[in-house]
Design a protein around this ligand. Structure first.
Ligand SMILES: *[C@@H]1O[C@H](CO)[C@@H](O)[C@H](O)[C@H]1NC(C)=O
Ligand SMILES: *[C@@H]1O[C@H](CO)[C@@H](O)[C@H](O)[C@H]1NC(C)=O
Ligand SMILES: *[C@@H]1O[C@H](CO)[C@@H](O)[C@H](O)[C@H]1NC(C)=O
Length: 368
């Protein structure tokens, strides 16, 4: 008991440091504090809690709250005036058991760029891990960069295309790879692997390629209403996540709007960091689609292809039509329709002439 009281007094009496020259003193005090706490634990096993509370209530409060908080406040003040003390304090608090040992951690940095772009970098950084004998970067399970604790790096890469910079400091190890000029073959998932109980992390190198050319879309033209119509669009949208989208403008509308046809079949062929996409659709057009326009465009570009759409009534070839006799196309005077039983076929008059239903001929005079 006496021992405890004595130490307590020492501590209370000394906590007035003016500058960090007394840091060592503080450290000692904190260690003493720790000892006091340990002593308390011992006491606790020897005496009942009630006895301890009764005898030492006051002291306990002083040591565990007043002293510690004053020390902490003082340390906080000192730490603000000197960055170099940070490490020492961390060490100290570790000794005190106030904070847990910081856990080792790997941080990665991904990169994205176009083929030929220079100065792109990926990196693996591990902190709070000083006991390792290797720190590697793997690609598809194969080690491509190996760094030893002395900072020496070995690599499978051709140094012509990239620079490897290992940095080894206390509590920090980093491998940075800087690509002189990105190539499609640099793309992939790399991983940082360090010896010990640290989760490996993946680094993505993503090559981006803008869209090329214009999409190319089936010319739909005449369709028979309420019958499924197939059409498709092809193009080279941007890589790796570009896509083709449709826009439509109905007869009564003035602007195109995005439109998703249900259940499209999308096929991507990604090769050499270029995407070829084909989107195929089967859709049943109804009368509202008559004289509509459908566009197929790259999502992130204004390049598009377009088709007109004319929806023929499914009853156009009805009971009153005569097989192989031409009927004027309902929307286009330059076109006519012949029926074979209920199936219409659309024909176009030559040289922009117009169909004359009475004379069953294509004539120069176009009646509106
Ligand atoms: C350092 O690593 C070696 C080998 O993995 C291990 O045997 C040793 O206990 C480690 N030391 C510390 C202080 O963690
Ligand atoms: C890096 O890319 C990988 C794979 O795409 C991803 O899981 C990870 O979250 C990315 N990391 C960062 C820091 O962006
Ligand atoms: C165009 O016509 C369709 C069908 O008749 C209708 O649903 C739509 O609201 C119309 N749009 C405009 C802009 O008038």
């Amino acid at each position: 008991m006496f021992f405890v009281l004595f130490l307590g007094t020492v501590i209370l009496g000394q906590v007035v440091p003016q500058n960090f020259e007394v840091m060592e003193g503080l450290l000692t005090e904190i260690n003493q504090c720790k000892q006091i706490r340990e002593k308390f634990s011992e006491l606790k096993t020897e005496f009942s809690d009630i006895e301890i509370r009764g005898i030492h209530k006051d002291m306990r409060l002083k040591i565990l709250t007043s002293v510690n908080s004053r020390l902490r406040a003082e340390l906080r003040r000192v730490i603000q005036t000197n960055d170099l003390l940070k490490d020492k304090l961390r060490e100290m608090s570790l000794k005190l058991g106030e904070t847990r040992q910081p856990t080792s951690e790997i941080r990665v940095q991904n990169t994205t760029g176009e083929v030929g772009e220079g100065g792109k970098e990926i990196s693996c950084t591990v902190t709070n891990h000083n006991n390792w004998t290797y720190f590697n970067i793997e690609r598809n399970g194969q080690t491509v960069v190996h760094v030893a604790p002395d900072g020496r790096a070995q690599t499978r890469f051709n140094p012509k295309y990239l620079t490897i910079t290992p940095t080894i400091r206390e509590n920090l190890a980093e491998i940075a790879i800087s690509f002189a000029s990105l190539r499609c073959t640099d793309e992939g998932l790399y991983s940082c692997v360090i010896e010990g109980n640290v989760q490996s992390q993946s680094i993505a190198v993503v090559i981006k390629t803008p869209s090329t050319g214009k999409p190319s879309m089936s010319k739909i033209g005449d369709v028979i209403g309420y019958k499924p119509t197939d059409f498709k669009c092809e193009g080279q949208p941007s890589y790796p996540d570009g896509k083709l989208v449709f826009q439509v403008k109905l007869q009564n509308e003035t602007v195109f709007r995005n439109f998703e046809f249900p259940d499209p079949t999308v096929v991507d062929k990604d090769r050499n960091c270029v995407r070829k996409q084909t989107i195929s659709v089967t859709y049943v057009f109804t009368e509202v689609w008559d004289e509509a326009k459908i566009r197929c465009k790259y999502k992130h570009s204004e390049d598009y292809d377009e088709t007109d759409l004319f929806v023929l009534s499914p009853t156009l070839c009805g009971q009153n039509t005569v097989d192989n006799r031409g009927i004027r196309h309902p929307q286009k005077s330059t076109h006519y329709v012949t029926c074979n039983e209920a199936t219409p076929t659309v024909h176009q008059c030559p040289d922009n002439t117009c169909f004359d239903e009475i004379f069953q001929t294509c004539a120069d005079i176009c009646l509106v």
